[in-house]
Design a protein around this ligand. Structure first.
Ligand code: SAH
Ligand code: SF4
Length: 420
């Protein structure tokens, strides 16, 4: 989502203010830092980065801080780093052209509604287009700062989404990547109350009706909202790529309750295994937090148990990081950081074993691969329909094409093969 916010900022500045991108910050008239605040580490990096940019910037160049840390730290950023010229929160991106024009501009309003704003066009990747479908998040996961930095959830009108997807697809993006904190909750609230009633499954069908769109991906869906209708559209719509992100967070029902995730271990397993039975080739990825306050050995074993049962193709695992404004940061039973580190290591070791097992089954399999990139190693790289990274020796003109690849050498993080 931050990547897309950055694209929006660049688009507005290029289109309306005649700025151009540069790779050299010492040449820049404007330096923007787009920030995350989900965990503490990137926040602490922010101020050292501001210092480095300030030292090397040219005279008169401005520095702006955008994104979730801008939302949550607000004017404290000016106090801690007086060299910053403006602060623009994650839900105020459309105000970038105003922000650059007045000194010490600040806008971090998390009630600001930009769901109807049609941003100018800019994309880093010509083959794949990110398209936002909602802003904010209505959930109250007790560890998570996002609702406090991006505000309540509002769905973007379907017409805006379809127009944007159509334009991107006409410009060569065969893959549309729909983005939101909670995509399968789409349609719960529009700012225009007269908007037609619809849900995420309906939206997937609408996007798939655009001829030039060949692939649709999305992130993040919420396990709680994975009803049968959603799984069926996922399984049956041939344009919907067969990879599902199912953020587990923890395998312990007791902990999931403390996290306020709204589902149990059993529900999660039921949905994941149903998905596996409906689409045997689908890949499932997940996010897991270890060391959430009160996590016992038994809770952690539950997480490992879900991993063994589902065999995720990809896991993003994090040590719990207490965040300001969140309920869990006040829980008194914080886990010893060393214990959390050991658990993280055990989890990652288990995942490596699972991945080795999975990759053994991939040899000689055939995948449809959409080539998007030429790598430094000279190979063409792309993603299979089920989201595996595949690399082949090939011709540059294959970039932007979908080809069938037979896997000759499957590795944990990338598969190597040949186009047939
Ligand atoms: N809306 C998405 C998540 C966005 S945040 C969802 O619900 O899946 C991305 C991931 O960061 C989360 O899934 C979670 O695993 C992790 N995360 C969020 N807050 C965290 C915290 N306080 N400490 C550690 N990891 C956290
Ligand atoms: Fe955070 Fe939960 Fe919303 Fe995801 S669903 S952004 S984890 S509050």
């Amino acid at each position: 989502m931050n990547v897309r916010d950055s694209e929006h900022i660049i688009a507005e500045l290029e289109d309306k203010e005649d700025y151009r991108l540069t790779d050299d910050s010492s040449e820049a008239d404007l330096i923007l830092i787009n920030t995350c605040s989900v965990r503490e580490k990137p926040v602490s990096k922010l101020f050292s980065e501001i210092g480095v940019f300030n030292k090397h910037k040219k005279d008169g160049a401005k520095i702006g801080v955008c994104g979730c840390s801008a939302s949550h730290l607000g004017k404290d950023i000016f106090k801690r780093a007086p060299e910053v010229n403006f602060v623009l929160g994650a839900r105020n991106v459309s105000k970038i052209t105003k922000a650059i024009k007045s000194d010490k501009f600040i806008s971090v309003d998390i009630d600001y509604d930009e769901s109807n704003y049609a941003f100018s066009e800019f994309r880093n990747n010509q083959y794949k287009a990110f398209v936002n479908i909602s802003i904010g998040c209505d959930k109250k996961c007790t560890y998570c700062i996002v609702p406090h930095t991006r505000g309540d959830e509002i769905s973007i009108p379907a017409e805006l989404i379809i127009n944007e997807a159509r334009k991107a697809a006409k410009n060569g993006a065969k893959e549309i990547f729909l983005l939101g904190q909670n995509v399968n909750n789409y349609g719960r609230r529009f700012s225009d109350k007269a908007h037609q009633k619809m849900d995420f499954s309906d939206l997937l069908d609408m996007v798939s009706e655009i001829d030039e769109v060949r692939r649709i991906r999305f992130t993040s869906p919420h396990p709680l909202h994975m009803d049968d209708k959603f799984l069926e559209v996922f399984a049956k719509n041939p344009k919907v790529c067969k990879s599902m992100h199912m953020p587990l967070q923890s395998g312990s029902t007791r902990l999931l309750e403390k996290m306020k995730r709204g589902y149990s271990k059993e529900w999660f397993l039921n949905r994941a295994l149903k998905l596996r039975s409906m689409v045997p080739d689908a890949s499932i990825s997940t996010d897991i937090i270890v060391g959430f306050p009160g996590e016992s050995d038994e809770d952690f074993e539950d997480t490992l148990d879900v991993m063994k049962k589902v065999k995720f193709e990809q896991i993003f695992s994090f040590k719990y990081s207490p965040r300001p404004l969140t309920k869990a940061a006040e829980f008194t039973n914080q886990v010893d950081p060393q214990v959390a580190s050991q658990r993280l290591q055990r989890l990652q070791d288990l995942q490596e074993k699972i991945l080795d097992e999975i990759s053994l089954t991939k040899k000689d399999k055939e995948y449809k691969v959409y080539f998007e990139e030429k790598r430094n190693n000279g190979l063409l790289a792309g993603k299979s329909d089920n989201n595996a990274l595949v690399q082949v020796e090939g011709k540059d003109e294959w970039l932007g094409m979908i080809k069938t690849v037979r896997i000759t050498n499957p590795k944990r993080l990338s598969m190597y093969g040949e186009v047939i």
